[in-house]
Design a protein. Structure first.
Length: 376
């Protein structure tokens, strides 16, 4: 089973923290969708006939696609790929786009899962992030999509912002629980280079992220979601029983996927490639029947590092049998470097899998880096 990711690189306005590839001008949207349709044809053999279990519209803001554009994309995908009848088909959406007419369009389409960028239920936080919606729209859109019959929902929340008090973070979590949202994706505010937030902090116009405060927010998140019956199945993801993201879970488990659109990444088990993140150049290249991407052939060490990085972030952990398969030298390296974290109680071995404990989850990136192996 494999997945398809489609990058829709348009947004109404730029969030201060975002470094994803997107444009706030929609003038190339029609041309880009036409190019995307053509890329589907050009890349129809990339996954070598594997059945498609998941399709994910990310961005940017895919909810800016209109009914005809969505319909054309689904028809082209159906024409060139074997999509499982029970495929999980996710579309990312912003609350301000989810008006009754748009919700009905999505409900009538093959989309069966919505990922909604709430980020916070606090007006102050939303203004700090420069989100296009307000707190009232955040609540209203969730009530509307649930009323329309969308049960498979996930929302994004951001913690650790300078404007967010501990009480407000707890309120954000509790509001999500009270609204009976089945899946939460919660991210610590990260200051990415060359973003507006990075500029504001350097100019003293915004407070820097307080790492200790963010760590406290993460601990509160783990405690409150566990009490409410959510499973913490990946560092940033929490789901009620049966509501894991199948698409993202397949990423973490090493499944193959095809990325379509400017900036999108693809993985086939031996190499990774990514399209140039430039809308005009992407449109021009596809128009000439060319694919404009960079490619990296993955070494044994690369594949081991990816296994460690993705596996440690999940409840499934890193399988010892997969480490053994890389060879005795990598196994020796892994056992030597993971021992201190097992001794400290940050990692445990369970049925042949190495899994982070709650304390280990607070330092997942550091543990992974200690386990990484340089290329021979």
């Amino acid at each position: 089973m494999a997945g398809i990711y489609l990058h829709i690189p348009f947004c109404k306005q730029a969030c201060h923290y975002c470094n994803f590839h997107f444009s706030t001008s929609l003038k190339l949207k029609t041309s880009l969708v036409e190019a995307l349709l053509k890329e589907i044809e050009l890349q129809k053999d990339y996954l070598q006939g594997q059945k498609i279990e998941t399709v994910y519209f990310g961005g940017g803001t895919p909810s800016l696609l209109d009914e005809n554009e969505l319909d054309a994309i689904f028809k082209k995908l159906d024409l060139h790929f074997d999509i499982h009848p029970d495929a999980e088909i996710t579309l990312e959406a912003n609350p301000d786009d989810l008006k009754p007419d748009k919700i009905q369009i999505l409900k009538d389409s093959p989309v069966n899962r919505l990922s909604i960028g709430i980020q916070s239920f606090s007006e102050e936080d939303l203004k700090f992030m420069n989100r296009a919606h307000n707190a009232k729209e955040a609540i209203e859109c969730l009530e509307l999509v649930k009323k329309a019959g969308f049960d498979n929902l996930t929302i994004d929340l951001i913690y650790g912002t300078p404007t967010m008090s501990d009480a407000q973070w707890e309120e954000n979590i509790q509001t999500s629980i009270d609204l009976d949202i089945n899946h939460l994706s919660c991210y610590c505010l990260t200051v990415e280079p060359q973003t507006a937030l990075d500029h504001f902090i350097k100019k003293g116009k915004a407070e820097p992220v307080d790492d200790a405060n963010a760590a406290y927010h993460f601990q509160v998140l783990m405690e409150k979601t566990a009490q409410a019956g959510y499973e913490h199945y990946e560092i940033s993801n929490f789901a009620k029983q049966g509501w894991h993201s199948r698409h993202n879970s397949n990423y973490w488990k090493g499944a193959h996927y095809l990325g379509l659109g400017p900036g999108a990444h693809s993985f086939n088990g031996t190499s990774r490639q990514w399209n140039l993140p430039n809308n005009p150049k992407y449109i021009a290249a596809i128009g000439k029947g060319e694919l404009l991407f960079e490619k990296e052939d993955l070494s044994r060490e690369n594949l081991y590092n990816e296994l460690v990085m993705t596996g440690l972030r999940t409840i499934w952990g890193v399988e010892k049998e997969k480490i053994i398969a890389f060879g005795p030298d990598i196994l020796e390296h892994f056992q030597k470097n993971i021992h201190p974290f097992m001794a400290s109680g940050d990692v445990k071995e369970q049925e042949g899998n190495f899994i982070l404990t709650p304390s280990g989850k607070l330092m997942a990136d550091r543990i992974a880096m200690e386990l990484f192996m340089d290329e021979a």
